[in-house]
Design a protein around this ligand. Structure first.
Ligand code: ADP
Ligand code: MG
Length: 735
């Protein structure tokens, strides 16, 4: 893997949770704490509804669909009768001498068993007809049916007692209430068959209404939870987006305070990633993981507790498979994590490759390297493909295994619970609710690996973001800095024994000293890479020197207000950077204080107006990205105008005329003279016409000033300069 393609952050940062990072993230969310509380509250509400819904199923089944009313007959056992009446009297309805109708779900398992052993439970089930629950308009009809079939019905004659202890294992959610009055009739399932369908329907109208009511309740709760969900998603995303917005603002404004040194070390692509992708990962974590995690936690814990309370034995079955399940999840989760890491890594490389190839498309095409570039791309692409396939594979193994566990759990519950239902020690509704909760219990665990991966990359992203935010700007204005008025500035520049290195002790400038008086002009001459551009960057304090001093107006630039210092200096570089806006804005750089006429007159001075006026929209002509639609010379003219419009006291031209043809050069030659005459100028040029006019020429070699003087003096010296001059003079003739 070529170094540089892979930002080092992709090779480390495997943390899933880091309290310090989370704490800092929360600080960003703090201004939106109110919204967060609302979101949290909504979350609890929607989770509660989710947990509540299955109980409606149970109610519908146990109360209205499967009637578990049994007939107890205590021919011989008074003690059992008395005990039962003592405990369940409020739910026992007198059917005759020593016989009672009771809902079997109320009975405790042991009581039921005893009654069964004594032969007190008759193997018949009953429907109960209660006029109270019969719709008023149907009551007379019901009475008529009963009257005309009175042999089939058992008339109930009141309650056996006043107390009622419902067995919790069978009736967890709806402990039966003691009804004020006993129901009116009981009808055995056997006799039920003897009635015509129409009549049955009338008799059961209470249950039918009950089911409709439950269905309606279900529907209303669904609507409510929809509304809650809407607000929950809305509030939460609002918090997330606001937070992300703030983080992004912080990143960009912080980046702008950092010195060029930082930007030298961090490629633009990486910084862009910081402000966009990394921030998005955070938001993803917020909206999809944190929330779901919270909700899942509520559901898993809540449902887990309910399951235990409902039926400890069934719950134990669950807890037997849980450890196994976690083992598998952890194992595959690890595989998942490394696969995701691979994926992110290869994606980063792929992105870098693509963007570089397209940025360099001009070179690639002109050197006919398309095929090679494509082959290289294809290799990277293949790697990405392979990592994607690995994720797919892990997923393809993981999901079925999770499903297996889930259905294994379902099967166990069906096997054990089904037996219980048949033995009447559990109601059917309870089994149904148990299965529903089982589903709920497993659901959060299914997505846990993805969430884990998101959490992990979010932690890594935040770590990178905070690392960026923690980078102290190494160049900033001191307290009580020198802050002169504009007309106070004279523009004297002095280097005093300056040593400078971009890195460590790799000295680029060695003991450089010179003085430029206000309005004076010096020229820097020397081969490529001797440090000319470096000198120009140091004056604007884009970097700080390691040794020595740079003074402007006899004040160390480290004591200047940085903005004032930089405003004093204009720089024209060989590589002109144009922004994708119009020409006007490119000259004044969005500075509202600079008016249109200033832009125009600056352009006139450098003769840029000539070509600008010929453009269809003149100064309003849009400029493509990096000024791709303009010629190098035209871009240079714009940068001259830009330098001038800011009325600098100090002007720096760094090989600024290198891109300009002879015709254009003639155009701006006069302009340059005008520009140089009225201000301090530092010129890096190989056009001798400019250099000749300089008050002082500094000849540089290996980071040192090896000769200094005027053109004539240096020529007489017959040293380095005269050699250089002759070389160039000759080459000019040859050209
Ligand atoms: N941002 C930078 N980081 C590290 N080294 C740099 C940087 N810019 C320039 N250099 C190195 O500093 C030396 C001087 O560069 P520069 O001042 O641009 O030379 P010149 O303008 O005279 O051609 C060169 O050896 C170059 O490789
Ligand atoms: Mg240079």
């Amino acid at each position: 893997m070529p170094r540089g393609y892979l930002p080092d952050e992709y090779t480390k940062g495997q943390k899933v949770y880091d309290a310090k990072i989370v704490g800092r993230l929360l600080k960003y969310a703090k201004p939106y704490i109110g919204l967060m509380i609302i979101a949290f509250f909504l979350l609890i509400m929607s989770s509660a509804i989710e947990v509540y819904l299955p109980t409606l199923n149970q109610k519908a089944i146990d109360k209205h669909i499967v009637h578990n009313n049994i007939l107890l007959y205590f021919g011989s056992s008074d003690t059992l009768r008395d005990r039962l009446i003592d405990r369940y009297g409020g739910g026992m309805f007198i059917a005759g001498q020593d016989s009672f109708i009771i809902n079997g779900n109320i009975l405790d398992k042991s009581d039921l068993k005893r009654a069964q052993d004594l032969g007190a439970v008759l193997p018949v089930k009953f429907l109960i007809i209660d006029f109270k629950n019969t719709p008023v308009d149907l009551r007379s009809k019901v009475k008529k049916i009963i009257d005309s079939n009175d042999r089939l019905f058992i008339k109930l004659r009141g309650k056996a007692g006043e107390t009622l202890e419902a067995a919790p294992s069978k009736n967890f959610f709806f402990p039966s209430k003691v009804s004020k009055k006993a129901p009116d009739y009981a009808l055995s399932y056997g006799n039920k068959m003897k009635l015509p369908r129409e009549e049955l329907k009338v008799l059961m109208s209470g249950d039918i209404r009950g089911i409709s009511k439950i269905a309606l309740k279900y529907f209303i709760l669904l609507i409510i939870s929809l509304v809650i969900l809407f607000f929950q998603i809305y509030t939460l995303n609002k918090v997330a987006q606001n937070t992300m917005h703030d983080v992004r603002v912080d990143i960009v404004s912080h980046l702008q305070t950092l010195s060029l040194k930082y930007f030298d070390k961090n490629p633009v692509g990486r910084l862009v990633t910081r402000a966009t992708n990394d921030v998005n990962t955070l938001s993803e974590m917020f909206t999809s993981v944190v929330v779901n995690l919270l909700k899942d936690l509520i559901v898993v814990v809540g449902v887990g507790i309910i399951l235990c309370l409902m039926n400890l034995k069934l719950a134990l079955i669950l807890f037997i498979i849980m450890p196994l399940f976690f083992l598998v999840t952890t194992f595959l989760g690890n595989k998942f994590r490394s696969a995701y890491r691979e994926l992110r890594k290869s994606l980063a490389i792929l992105n870098a490759r693509i963007s570089e190839d397209f940025a360099g498309v001009r070179i690639i095409q002109s050197f006919i390297q398309e095929i090679n570039a494509f082959i290289r791309f294809d290799k990277t692409n293949m790697n990405y493909f392979k990592s994607s396939m690995r994720i797919l594979l892990v997923n393809a193994i993981f999901r079925p295994i999770i499903s297996l566990f889930r259905y294994f759990g379902v099967a166990l519950i069906l096997w054990y619970g089904g037996g219980q239902v048949i033995q009447e020690s559990m109601s059917l509704g309870m089994l149904v609710i148990y299965l529903a909760y089982l589903e709920m219990f497993f659901r959060p665990i299914i997505g846990i690996s993805e969430k884990y991966a998101i959490m992990q990359s979010a932690m890594a992203s935040s770590e990178r973001i905070f690392l960026l935010l923690d980078t102290e700007p190494d160049i900033k204005t001191k307290e009580n800095a020198y802050l002169p008025d504009e007309d106070q500035i004279r523009g004297k520049v002095e280097f005093k024994n300056v040593w400078f290195a971009y890195e460590d002790n790799n000295w680029v400038l060695k003991d450089v000293s010179f003085v430029v008086e206000p309005s004076g002009t010096i020229a820097l001459v020397g081969a490529t890479g001797v440090g000319k551009t470096t000198i120009t960057s140091l004056i604007s304090r884009l970097y700080d020197v390691q040794r020595g001093q740079i003074l402007v107006d006899d004040i160390d630039i480290r004591n200047w207000d940085v903005n004032t210092l930089r405003r004093t200096i204009s720089i024209v570089l060989q590589d002109v950077f144009l922004f994708s806006t119009n020409i006007n804005e490119n000259i004044r750089l969005y500075d509202e204080k600079i008016e249109d006429h200033s832009v125009k007159s600056a352009s006139q001075v450098v003769n840029a107006d000539e070509f600008i006026d010929q453009l269809p929209k003149g100064f309003e002509e849009p400029v493509a990205e990096r000024g791709a639609t303009l010629s190098a010379g035209q871009r240079q003219l714009i940068s001259f105008a830009r330098a001038l419009v800011f009325k600098p006291k100090i002007l720096i031209l760094d090989e600024a005329t290198a891109n300009i043809d002879t015709h254009t050069e003639k155009l701006i030659q006069d302009a340059i003279s005008v520009m140089l005459s009225s201000r301090t100028s530092i010129v890096v040029a190989h056009r001798l016409s400019t250099i000749r006019k300089a008050n002082l020429i500094l000849v540089m070699h290996h980071g040192r000033i090896v000769e200094r003087g005027t053109h004539e003096e240096l020529m007489q010296k017959k040293g380095y300069y005269s050699k250089l001059y002759k070389l160039q003079f000759q080459s000019n003739i040859v050209a």
